[in-house]
Design a protein. Structure first.
Length: 79
């Protein structure tokens, strides 16, 4: 039985990806002011689909590993 605070659902991955994109827009959104909104939305949806597909077909460890691997270059370049 899944409760409200259960992390055993795909909504956990949706929340993690959404938080990362929200923080990215807050801190780095000024770098993408000229990017069309449809392209920014498409990048979010594509990332979400890839992370969810990895989680379903390989496992949560793979999807979270991908997210961490994507954060490493970001931290290196902007850190």
């Amino acid at each position: 039985m899944y409760g409200m605070w259960s992390t055993d659902t795909l909504w956990f991955e949706v929340a993690v990806v959404s938080i990362i994109y929200a923080a990215g827009n807050i801190f780095f959104g000024h770098f993408e002011e000229q990017t069309p909104k449809w392209r920014r939305l498409g990048k979010y949806v594509l990332t979400l689909v890839i992370v969810l597909a990895l989680s379903v077909f390989v496992g949560r460890w793979a999807s979270m590993s991908l997210l961490v691997a994507m954060l490493v270059p970001l931290l290196y370049v902007h850190g």
